[in-house]
Design a protein. Structure first.
Length: 364
C-alpha cells in the first residue's frame, strides 16, 4: 500500500452493491477516477465494499489496479505475468467471478433463514425491507466458489495487506451487518468474506464463517457509507451502482421494480452521507447516469454486456469528475505509483509486482 504523505488528507473509499452489472460499472468508474485524479484508490486509508463493491474493493486493496481490471475484462493477455499464487494471470476468470453453477448439497426447502423470518415478524421495525423478505426466501442454490476463486488469485490465503479493508455482509440469522476486517468482526479469510458479501439471499448459497451463516451486505444497505462516520477522515469517495440522479422511464414491471430499488438506494445513500457530513467528513458521491442505466439494463446479474458497461462508465464517471465542484474537492488526493495508475511499458515479465503478496493471515 502506498504511504500517505505526511499531513495529507485521510481518505475513505466506499464501493456499493450492484450485482454483475454494478461490478462492471465500478470497474469503469474506478478507471475514470484514476485517470482524472492520478490517485490510486487502493491506497485509500479505508476501503469499504458491499457485494459487487466487496469484490472490487478486495482486488483493489490487494494491489490489482483498475487499468488491469479493464484490460483483463476486454480479453487482453499479458505474457509472463503471474499472480501471487503462481498461476498465469491470463488463466483467471474475466468476469470477476460471475460464473453460475449449482451449489453441491441438498436442494433448499422452506425459508432460507427461519430465525430471520420469524424475527422480522416479531420486530419488523428493526429490519430493513430487504431483510424482511430475505428470511422467507428459499436458501440460495448457486455456489459462491467462483467468487472465492477470483479473490484467491490475488490473495491465496488470509487477508489483504491493506490495514483497513472492510467487507460488509449480514448475519443470516439476525440481519445485522458485519464489517469483516474490522477488529470487532469474526475471524475470516478474504475469499470467504467477499463471497458472503455477494451472497444474494435466494440466489447464492449462504457462506459459513466462524460457525454462523452470512449473506449479502446489501441486505442492510447497498452502500453502507455510514460505517465510516466514526473514523477520523477528511474525505470519503463513494461509487454507488444502485442509485442514480437520472431517473429513467419505467414502463414494464421490471423497469418499475428497478426504479423503485434505485430510488430506495438513493434515499439511503443520501441519509448516510448526511451522517458523515454531520461528523465533519466531506463526501463525494458518484452514481450512474442515464447512459449507464441504459447499458446496465434491469437485470443486474446479466453477464452479456459487462464490458460495454465498463466502457460507458469510464466515460460517464469522467464527465462527473470534470464538474469543477467535484474536481476541487479531489485536488488534494495524493498521487499514486505510476504502475498502479497505468500499464507499465515493456513486457509484463519486467513490470513491478501488481498484487500485494500473499495476505497477512485471517483477520480477527
Amino acid at each position: 500500500m502506498t504511504a500517505r504523505p505526511a499531513g495529507g488528507p485521510r481518505v475513505g473509499l466506499v464501493l456499493g452493491a450492484g450485482g454483475v452489472m454494478g461490478g462492471a460499472w465500478l470497474t469503469g468508474g474506478l478507471q475514470a477516477l484514476v485517470a482524472e485524479t492520478g490517485w490510486d484508490p487502493g491506497s485509500a486509508d479505508y476501503v469499504v465494499g458491499t457485494s459487487a463493491g466487496a469484490m472490487m474493493g478486495a482486488l483493489l486493496a490487494s494491489g490489482v489496479p483498475p487499468w488491469f481490471m479493464v484490460a483483463h475484462s476486454a480479453g487482453e493477455v499479458f505474457q509472463g505475468l503471474a499472480g501471487p499464487d503462481g498461476r498465469p494471470a491470463a488463466s483467471a476468470d474475466r468476469s470477476a467471478g460471475a460464473v453460475f453453477r449449482l451449489h453441491r448439497g441438498l436442494p433448499p426447502v422452506g425459508p432460507g433463514s427461519w430465525r430471520l423470518a420469524l424475527g422480522s415478524l416479531r420486530r419488523p421495525n428493526r429490519h430493513t425491507p430487504a431483510a424482511l423478505l430475505a428470511g422467507w426466501a428459499p436458501r440460495g442454490f448457486i455456489s459462491t466458489e467462483p467468487l472465492k476463486e477470483t479473490v484467491r488469485r490475488a490473495v491465496p490465503a488470509g487477508w489483504a495487506d491493506h490495514p483497513n479493508l472492510w467487507i460488509m455482509a449480514c448475519d443470516y440469522a439476525t440481519g445485522r451487518r458485519v464489517a469483516f476486517g474490522r477488529a470487532d468482526a469474526p475471524r475470516s479469510e478474504l475469499p470467504d468474506a467477499v463471497a458472503a458479501s455477494c451472497a444474494i439471499p435466494g440466489f447464492y448459497h449462504p457462506v459459513p464463517i466462524a460457525g454462523r451463516r452470512y449473506v449479502d451486505g446489501g441486505l442492510y444497505s447497498n452502500s453502507n457509507l455510514d460505517v465510516l462516520r466514526q473514523e477520523r477522515l477528511d474525505l470519503v469517495v463513494c461509487l454507488n451502482p444502485t442509485s442514480s440522479l437520472h431517473p429513467t422511464r419505467a414502463w414494464s414491471p421490471a423497469e418499475r421494480i428497478a426504479r423503485g430499488v434505485r430510488t430506495a438506494a438513493g434515499r439511503r445513500l443520501g441519509s448516510e452521507s448526511k451522517k458523515l457530513r454531520a461528523s465533519g467528513i466531506d463526501v463525494v458521491l458518484i452514481q450512474p447516469t442515464a447512459d449507464d442505466l441504459e447499458a446496465m439494463g434491469t437485470n443486474l446479474m446479466s453477464t452479456r454486456r459487462r464490458h460495454t458497461v465498463i466502457e460507458v462508465a469510464t466515460r460517464t464517471v469522467a464527465e462527473q469528475l470534470h464538474d469543477p465542484a467535484v474536481r476541487n474537492r479531489l485536488d488534494g488526493l495524493p498521487p499514486g505509483e505510476e504502475h498502479m495508475l497505468r500499464r507499465p511499458p515493456g513486457p509484463a515479465s519486467g513490470w513491478p509486482p501488481l498484487a500485494r503478496g500473499r495476505g497477512r493471515g485471517t483477520v480477527a
